[in-house]
Design a protein around this ligand. Structure first.
Ligand SMILES: Cc1ncc(COP(=O)(O)O)c(C=O)c1O
Length: 388
């Protein structure tokens, strides 16, 4: 039986293969492997693409979050608001800077932070909000920025850190995701909308001071070699990744447009099924806020019948992923932070519901329409009518 893979990384990378080999040869001979002109060129290109004044390339999305927290001055005794449902690694850096992650529930519609719950969770110790644009769907930046502004008016500085690791090319009110907060963190992990040949990340910032500080932090705290001004990290980007990402960047928009077209096809079919009595258990999709444009990193549905849905997909050899199997406060790493002064019982009903019921279906720029139809037919457990 023909299978539908969840992703097709080779297809995504094939477009730049020949051009990459040529540049790799040159890099190999010049032997400038870490940082250098290739990284600077990529930083300029990514800043231009997103309309950001500064881009600092780093070694991973996790490093981007970690360095942003340090640059924001977050440390021991501080609190950082983190979605209870996001990529599990995103909360690690909060603990590593000595701060306490304060988990906040997400919205059922898009899986992003629920601003009303964020407002309730803010205390005098809150120093940052880490807002994930989950699956590429933009978090409610109007509400989050208003909260930060209100805190500032009463003398409290709260940094807004956008976790745009899944959101390359997405926007909010026409402006790129990652450029609304104080820090915009990206991952170039191979499966991302802009994926590298290994790990990589970037931070978008608005001020030269932040960019200079982050460049120092990524290189052992040094502005001048062997003369660190502060304790830093080894979080530099390899030239090889920068070369490759620079070649792939021009294809990001077309790739996202293709994802959006496929997502629209899925949405149409699921929407039609939802009002059709033949499909009483049609899964519901997570959908983006209408003020933004999603990068459609993943197409995620939720259904109380997840086990049946998985079985249907497995029977037909169709790829799928549980994103994510647990709310963060329910994982061993973060259980100790499940309760806090504002959430004494550690209640995260939406995050827990999504962890129990959500499933990602295949969605990538090289997915064929016939394959998308096969996915839908498996999801609805019936041959699809030709109108869908
Ligand atoms: C939402 C989110 N945040 C952070 C990360 C961490 O990025 P990386 O794997 O590049 O460290 C990822 C991805 O992997 C992610 O999806």
């Amino acid at each position: 039986m023909p299978s539908v893979p969840f992703l097709d990384l080779y297809a995504a990378n094939k477009r730049v293969e020949t051009a990459f080999y040529l540049r790799l040869k040159d890099l190999y001979r010049r032997s400038a492997f870490i940082g250098g002109p290739a990284v600077e060129t990529f930083e300029r290109a990514f800043a231009a693409e997103t309309g950001s004044p500064y881009c600092v390339a780093v070694s991973s999305g996790t490093a981007a979050l970690h360095l942003s927290l340090v640059a924001a001055g977050v440390g021991s005794g501080d609190e950082v608001i983190v979605p209870a449902f996001t990529f599990p690694g995103a909360a690690g850096p909060v603990v590593h800077v000595g701060a306490r992650p304060v988990f906040v529930d997400v919205q059922g519609r898009d899986g992003c932070l629920d601003p009303a719950s964020v407002a309730q969770a803010v205390t005098h110790k809150t120093r940052a909000i880490l807002a994930t644009h989950l699956f590429g769907h933009p978090a409610n930046l109007d509400a989050l920025r208003a909260l930060v502004k209100k805190a500032k008016a009463s003398g409290q500085n709260i940094a807004l850190i956008e976790d745009a690791a899944q959101a390359h090319g997405g926007s909010w009110r026409g402006k790129s995701l990652g450029t609304h907060g104080d820090f915009g963190c990206f991952s170039f992990y191979p499966t991302k909308n802009l994926g590298g040949l290994g790990d990589g990340g970037a931070i978008l910032v608005k001020t030269k001071a932040h960019a200079t500080h982050l460049r120092r932090l990524r290189d052992h705290g040094q502005a001048q070699r062997f003369f660190p001004e502060e304790s830093g990290f080894n979080a530099r980007m390899d030239a090889l990744q920068a070369l490759f990402l620079k070649l792939k960047l021009p294809g990001l928009r077309a790739g996202n447009a293709r994802r959006a077209a496929l997502a629209a096809r899925y949405l149409r079919a699921l929407g039609a099924a939802a009002v059709d009595a033949t499909f009483p258990d049609a899964p519901e999709p997570l959908i983006p806020d209408a003020r933004g444009i999603s990068s459609w990193h993943a197409f995620v549905v939720h259904t109380p019948q997840r086990a049946t849905l998985i079985r249907n997909l497995q029977l037909r050899n169709i790829g799928h992923q549980v994103y994510y199997p647990a709310a963060l406060p329910d994982t061993p790493a973060f259980r100790a932070f499940a309760t806090n002064a504002k959430n004494k019982r550690g209640e995260y009903p939406v995050a827990r519901e999504l962890a129990r019921t959500s499933l990602a279906l295949p969605l990538h720029p090289d997915l064929k329409v016939a394959d998308a139809r096969a996915v839908l037919s498996a999801v609805l457990s019936l041959p699809l009518p030709t109108t869908l």
